[in-house]
Design a protein around this ligand. Structure first.
Ligand SMILES: [Zn+2]
Length: 60
């Protein structure tokens, strides 16, 4: 108990408690990226698709 689950950003490989599930390019591959990367890739990106948010906390 008390251990925080974290996931690694697929783009910059920083551990984060919240990641955004997005498509970044024409490959239609899903990425899990951190807030910083999300701001970068969502800006002026015609391939950007938002697919939800991953959070470390479990659903109840
Ligand atoms: Zn990142």
């Amino acid at each position: 108990m008390g251990r925080v689950r974290q996931k690694e950003c697929d783009r910059c490989h920083i551990l984060s408690k919240v990641l955004y599930r997005v498509q970044l390019d024409s490959s239609q591959q899903w990425w899990f990226i951190c807030l910083q990367c999300w701001q970068q890739v969502s800006d002026n990106n015609p391939y950007y698709v938002y697919g939800g948010t991953w959070k470390a906390r479990k659903r109840r």
